[in-house]
Design a protein around this ligand. Structure first.
Ligand code: NAP
Length: 251
């Protein structure tokens, strides 16, 4: 089968590798936000499609048999485009979405709808570990009464005020590393997106151990689509289809 994977996650890379090994023709699409993304097997294309119209045209033009949305759970615009474009060109869509984080009993996370609500919820004088990515820092800039440690994979593009300290690091992190960071920097609050997955969950365990208050940003609502929650389930889904067309010649 010819499969287009909308990527940007480690699961997308693992799925592309698994489907390629099974003989499918896979193309992974990336938005182009990170400078050195992991290279999946198969083909790679980089950059936006130009909305629903552009994605639908690309699926039609390149004759894809299947579309997989393996974007990050917070990439809501791309996921909505995937649903609309797949319906328009009548190509089946599978969404691969990892489960949300599990809140430990008695952890008492504060749940908020978005980054703006998270910024408003912080108490005066908080020392905050911000792990919302480098592109959603704007609402926190107004909070000159808090101290922010901004952890991201690449340096923030915004000019940040003096109460912001960037920490550039790539997951995964261990619980001990997270505890050491939180202790060293005197962190009182942790702001995180409910991204789920094992790569970034250690910060939540560390926060629990150190009684750091977690402010968890809920996932955006996505339009309905057939969904699996692991790479294994996605591969099993495709195992019901033959990888390549086979031709039988009668004698
Ligand atoms: P978004 O808001 O949902 O999408 C904005 C636009 O970026 C889309 O309309 C599309 O442009 C383009 N785009 C997004 N994903 C794309 C892909 N895989 N291939 C081609 N174009 C794509 O997305 P976002 O939140 O900015 O995230 C961008 C990428 O980073 C996603 O691929 C996501 O998987 C990854 N990521 C996001 C987060 C996060 O917290 N949001 C975290 C880790 C990784 P056009 O309309 O022009 O097609």
């Amino acid at each position: 089968m010819k499969i287009l994977i909308l990527g940007g996650t480690s699961e997308a890379v693992e799925l592309a590798n698994g489907l390629d090994e099974r003989g499918h023709q896979v193309t992974t699409s990336l938005a182009g936000r990170t400078q050195a993304p992991r290279q999946p097997k198969g083909k790679l294309r980089v950059g936006g499609f130009g909305g629903v119209d552009g994605l639908a045209d690309a699926i039609r033009h390149d004759k894809y048999d299947y579309l997989v949305d393996a974007t990050h759970p917070f990439a809501a615009e791309m996921s909505a485009h995937a649903v609309a474009a797949a319906a328009r060109v009548n190509v089946p869509l599978l969404r691969l979405e990892r489960p949300p984080f599990m809140e430990p009993a008695l952890a008492g996370w504060w749940r908020v709808e978005n980054v703006t609500a998270a910024a408003e919820k912080l108490p005066h004088g908080a020392s905050v570990l911000l792990t919302v990515g480098r592109q959603q820092l704007e609402p926190f800039i107004a909070r000159r009464d808090c101290r922010f440690i901004v952890r991201s994979i690449e340096a923030p593009e915004l000019d940040l005020p003096d109460n912001f300290e960037p920490v550039i690091a790539r997951p995964p992190f261990t619980r001990n590393e997270e505890m050491a960071l939180m202790k060293r920097l005197g962190v009182t609050h942790l702001v995180a997106k409910d991204a789920g997955g094992g790569m970034t969950s250690a910060k939540l365990e560390a926060g629990f151990m150190l009684k750091v208050q977690v402010i968890m940003i809920s996932r955006p609502h996505l339009p309905d689509a057939e969904t699996v929650s692991s790479v294994g389930d996605a591969l099993a889904h495709f195992d019901q289809f033959p990888a390549r067309k086979r031709f039988f010649f009668l004698p």
